[in-house]
Ligand binder design. Structure first.
Ligand code: C2E
Ligand code: CA
Ligand code: CA
Length: 650
């Protein structure tokens, strides 16, 4: 009837009660945990069958924690009284249970891991392997592997395996890469780690070998590396690789020549034949450069149409490099076959030496670039070696460039005006505006110094806009005051090439209220001849707006006279060099005379500039030159001084 007759101390502790409180109690009520019904069922069947029973039951400990206990029940009958008792012993197996669970978990990791795992004995023989390991050895039955060594399992020699095993057994874990051929014969890479496993006393038990196949990983890493270091289009090393290679040379202090190569006219091919043809051309160029040096030279492509070389002194001695590069230029004289068409491209080559010209990667690349730029500026298709003067030019350019940018934003740019007078009557007809830059230190920078730099750096656009705007505002102001307001303005060839040049001129007119008829745009003969068709087009558009056009520095540009009638021009400005000589050199006089008669014949105004003496002025008016300009009449003056100057003449 479940009444407790006797209980030991452990039972009382487990229930959290004293023995006194236990005896005579109902066990079903006292013991908490397993549902009472379950217990009664077990005990009833025990009484019936008389067989021992062992079961696992839940038990709620006095502290409220849930335990698992293993309970054994047996039947005892008192022979003398015939009474029957149930003897129940229980043992707390909660800890055992969780350990078992952990082992199961570990076993499933072992079974399911994609890493190969093998347990080896102290001789390095396989005791047990997981399925992944078996698969790596192409063995379908893992049991076959038991007792084999690792190289037997893989059917391939693993260098120094016996020593490794001995070492690991002595307590030194090892890990490293091993290469093993697969059944097809191609190599696969594995990462293997061997670690000793020891018992609680530190005694060696076995070796755990973990192996993973890293072939794919290595392949993808190699591909990534390839992509990071090679140019996709030409398969040549790229800029990053070039830098690494150069760095290595510098580290080893081994002399070398660095060459930067830039294709001349590549843009032209790209624009006219399309990008696909452009890509094809770049591939062929890369090939031709590589072929020329037959692998003696490190050839890289930087992207765009830029290539670069590193020539080691040991491969081509420095004194033979110029000849080798000449050979390269010569190789480029043959056209490239692009489908149906042929393309000719030249090379501008900049050369710098390590360690002579620079000692760092960036510095070397920079000086090679400077030399290449000089080769381009010097007329293309040529080789230039870096010099100190090139560096100075660059420094000046950089300085002027940064300062000029500030100048455009601040108020450092102004215009001076130089009068132009009628050679016969002396009447003031107008003036030429000349830009002035007085920098923040109050130092005057001559236009011949900063205009070329502005042209090279693209600052000429904004500068030209400022000049025209200032001239337009000035003209409006003079018009309002009833003063002459014909102004000649110098236009740089770079401005004319700008696609929005004409519309920007129109906009400035609209914004200032000035009229195109007040302005004569001076374009040098050189600029006009550089691209005749484009010049004709732009000049037509400007003339359409009402601007007058003058050819500046006329006589220096070797223009074919027949072109003159294709341009809608109004004025010829004889170059100063002829005027300077006119009274002392009969040839100069003859040239001026013929320019004047040419102008008269074509119905153009002829201006003489740089008139410095009264003799020159007299001769020019005698020859029939219409307009005079120069120090003899007046120097270029600020606007207020120019107005004062006019007043003194009246
Ligand atoms: P340029 O257009 O041939 O200008 C004439 C230059 O001769 C001016 O020099 C002027 O000051 C100078 N000059 C005038 N009369 C005499 C003289 O009697 N004797 C001598 N020896 N020189 C005289 P500047 O102002 O130094 O300008 C130099 C060049 O800078 C100009 O040559 C022009 O090509 C360029 N430039 C000036 N202003 C501008 C501008 O606003 N825009 C552009 N794009 N270029 C400009
Ligand atoms: Ca001029
Ligand atoms: Ca001039």
């Amino acid at each position: 009837d479940q009444t407790i007759v006797i209980a030991n101390d452990a039972f009382c502790r487990a229930q959290g009660v004293s023995r006194h409180d236990v005896i005579g109690q109902n066990a079903g009520l006292l013991i908490r945990g397993e549902p009472a019904g379950n217990v009664r069922e077990i005990e009833e069947s025990l009484l019936e069958s008389g067989l021992c029973d062992s079961s696992e039951q839940f038990h709620l400990a006095p502290d409220g924690s849930q335990r698992i206990v293993s309970v054994n029940r047996s039947l005892f009958s008192d022979q003398s009284t015939g009474e029957r008792y149930i003897v129940a012993t229980s043992r707390d197996i909660t800890e055992d249970k969780s350990r078992e669970k952990q082992l199961q978990l570990l076993a499933s990791v072992f079974q399911c891991a994609s890493e190969g795992a093998a347990i080896l004995n102290d001789l390095g023989q396989i005791v047990e392997v997981n399925p992944a390991f078996a698969e790596m050895t192409r063995e379908s039955d893992p049991r076959v592997l038991v007792g084999k060594s690792l190289d037997q399992a893989f059917q391939s020699r693993i260098e120094g395996l016996a020593d490794l095993i001995a070492d690991v057994r002595d307590g030194n874990p090892w890990s490293g890469k091993i290469a093993i051929p697969d059944p097809q014969g191609s190599m696969r890479s594995y990462w293997m780690s061997l670690s000793p496993s020891v018992d609680v006393h530190g005694e060696f038990i076995q070796i755990v070998a973990l192996i993973s196949d890293i072939t794919e990983l290595e392949n993808s890493q190699m591909e990534l590396r390839r992509r990071a270091l090679y140019d996709v289009l030409t398969d040549l090393p790229n800029r990053a690789y070039f830098r690494e290679h150069l760095k290595e040379h510098i580290r080893q202090q081994s002399g070398c020549t660095v060459c930067f190569l830039d294709l001349d006219n590549f843009k032209h091919v790209n624009d006219s034949s399309g990008h696909l043809a452009g890509d094809e051309l770049l591939r062929m160029v890369g090939e031709r450069i590589s072929t020329e040096f037959e692998g003696d030279v490190f050839v890289a492509r930087f992207g765009g149409d830029e290539f670069a070389l590193i020539i080691e002194d040991s491969q081509i001695p420095p004194d033979q490099v110029p000849r080798a590069l000449d050979g390269l230029l010569a190789a480029f004289r043959d056209p490239f076959q692009l489908g149906e068409t042929e393309a000719l491209v030249g090379l501008s080559i900049g050369v710098a030496r390590f360690p002579d010209h620079a000692r760092g990667v960036d510095a070397l690349m920079q000086v090679a670039d400077i030399a290449m730029y000089a080769a381009k500026m010097g007329g293309k298709n040529q080789i230039r070696t870096f010099t100190e003067e090139m560096q100075e030019t660059v420094n000046l350019r950089n300085l002027v460039q940064t300062r000029l940018r500030d100048a455009l934003n601040g108020g450092e740019i102004s215009l001076h005006y130089q009068p132009q007078i009628d050679s016969q009557t002396g009447e003031l007809l107008g003036c030429e505006s000349l830009v002035r830059w007085c920098n923040s230190e109050g130092v005057f920078v001559p236009p011949n110094e900063f205009i070329p730099i502005a042209e090279q750096t693209g600052l000429i656009g904004p500068l030209g806009d400022i000049v025209f705007r200032k001239a337009a505002e000035q003209a409006c102001q003079w018009r309002d005051r009833g003063l002459p307001h014909q102004i000649a303005i110098n236009i740089s060839p770079h401005q004319i090439r700008h696609p929005r040049f004409v519309s920007m001129m129109r906009e400035t007119l609209g914004e200032t209220g000035a009229r195109a008829e007040w302005f004569e745009l001076e374009i040098t003969e050189h600029a006009m001849m550089a691209d005749v068709n484009r010049s004709i087009e732009i000049i037509d558009q400007l003339a359409e707006l009402g601007f007058r056009i003058a050819i500046d520095d006329f006589g220096t540009g070797y223009s074919s006279l027949s072109y003159l009638k294709s341009f809608r021009i109004h004025t010829l400005k004889i170059d100063m060099s002829f005027i300077r000589e006119i009274t002392v050199d009969s040839q100069a006089e003859a040239i001026v005379r013929s320019i004047v008669s040419l102008g008269t014949g074509l119905n153009l105004n002829v201006v003489a500039e740089g008139v410095e003496t009264s003799e020159q002025a007299a001769l020019l008016s005698e020859i029939g030159c219409d307009i005079l300009q120069g120090y003899h009449i007046a120097r270029p003056l600020p606007a207020d001084k120019f107005v004062e100057w006019q007043a003194t003449r009246d």
